[in-house]
Design a protein around this ligand. Structure first.
Ligand SMILES: *Cc1c(COP(=O)(O)O)cnc(C)c1O
Length: 380
């Protein structure tokens, strides 16, 4: 029999778990709810926090999609990040993107700071600014690219070189682009983080988080943290995430195409002052984005003339929901200054440009013309 090639991301995504349940040959891999397992049968399983067959299928797939040695599934993105931060000790210093998910800021600023792990926030779109911020105590760099909510693009390869030279662990939060559009481990990252609540889950019906380690040793260390602290993803939710991953490549293509169309339309509206989307030629990270990613994703932000207009838009939207989160099939809009970034101090938000006139749109899979019609009537 000739070997069928299954290298493409689309084929691999669809085939996750297919034929892996040897007992039944089920196309869909079953949900193993058992919390514990009989000893003496050497199945490799003894207790579900330490390992579960459904979670194994998912974690293997996540590692494969990101091109890493080990994938780990957690109960939320914050659970994944918190477990990861527990790798560090009192006295350690972290460098983190300033254009950052608010929850990551909160856990570092209000919990890990008290435990003696300090953080500096830097403009990771400027590699030299990152280099200048490294101290003798710096242990890691955590980058979100594209940034949140301003979609700034960091040079993953250059930052990878910098981390290697300085002996830093290089962590990339890949929530916005997913492995379909960006694979940071191939560009020099050591660990990839996801809020799988967003695109990986993709249907606004699941809270999950992911870590993927580039090599076995780091994977073993992260597994130790996952098993010790216990913020694992439940078997039921592992199955749901497996199901979601099967359509991830298709969804990301459509999210990207629709977001570009909406971004171009927004650019032409007189009430819109600026549009932040890496797919626009005017975006400062456009060229870099083309080099390191296979698409620009479904997230964009835009600034309108004033906070009153932003309020009006949120009130008048009919198809697009005014809601937190992103990455689902349904389009969602938020006011980052109040919702996702509310925990970032006001002065810091002002400095970054996250004001009450800035709206963030997660472009879903509805017909793009109908999304534009909704935006048009809301802007009017
Ligand atoms: C949502 C989000 C998180 C946190 O994930 P949860 O699943 O909500 O805990 C972390 N990073 C980014 C970029 C996010 O968008």
């Amino acid at each position: 029999m000739s070997r069928i090639v299954r290298n493409s991301l689309s084929t691999r995504s669809v085939q996750i778990g297919v034929g892996r349940d040897e007992q039944t040959g089920g196309i869909s891999f079953p949900i193993y709810h058992s919390a514990t397992y009989r000893h003496g049968q050497s199945t490799g399983y003894d207790y579900t926090r330490s390992g579960n067959p459904t979670r194994d299928i998912l974690e293997e797939a996540l590692a494969e999609l990101e091109g890493g040695a080990r994938g780990l599934a957690f109960s939320s993105g914050m659970a994944a990040l918190t477990s990861l931060f527990l790798h560090f000790s009192s006295g350690d210093h972290l460098l983190v993107s300033e254009d950052l998910y608010g929850g990551t800021y909160r856990v570092l600023d209000q919990i890990f700071a008290k435990l003696g792990v300090s953080t500096s926030y830097v403009d990771t779109t400027a590699t030299d600014a990152v280099a200048a911020a490294v101290t003798a105590k710096t242990k890691a760099l955590l980058v979100e690219t594209p940034g949140n909510p301003l979609l700034g693009i960091a040079d993953i390869r250059a930052l990878g070189d910098l981390c290697k030279a300085a002996g830093l662990l290089f962590i990339v939060d890949n929530t916005f682009l997913t492995p379909v559009l960006q694979r940071p481990l191939e560009l020099g990252a050591d660990i990839v983080v996801h809020s799988a609540t967003k695109y990986l889950g993709g249907h606004s019906d699941l809270c999950a988080g992911v870590l993927v380690a580039k090599d076995e040793a780091l994977g073993e260390r992260l597994y130790f943290l996952q098993n010790s602290t216990g913020a694992i993803l439940s078997p039921q939710d592992c199955w749901l995430l497996i199901r979601s991953l099967k359509t991830l490549p298709l969804r990301m293509q459509r999210h990207s195409a629709s977001a570009l169309q909406v971004a171009h339309w927004l650019q032409r509206q007189p009430q819109v002052d600026s549009v932040y989307y890496p797919g626009l030629a005017e975006h400062p990270g456009h060229e870099l984005s083309k080099q390191q990613a296979d698409g620009f994703g479904g997230m964009l932000s835009f600034r309108v003339a004033g906070p009153e207009l932003a309020e009006q838009i949120l009130e008048k939207l009919q198809l697009i929901s005014f809601a937190e989160s992103l990455g689902g099939v349904e389009s969602l809009m938020t006011l980052p200054a109040v919702q996702t970034h509310g925990d970032i101090p006001e002065a810091e938000r002002q400095r970054l440009g996250i004001c009450n006139s800035l709206l963030r749109l997660s472009v879903g899979l509805e017909e793009p013309d109908e999304l534009i019609a909704d935006l048009a009537q809301a802007l009017d």
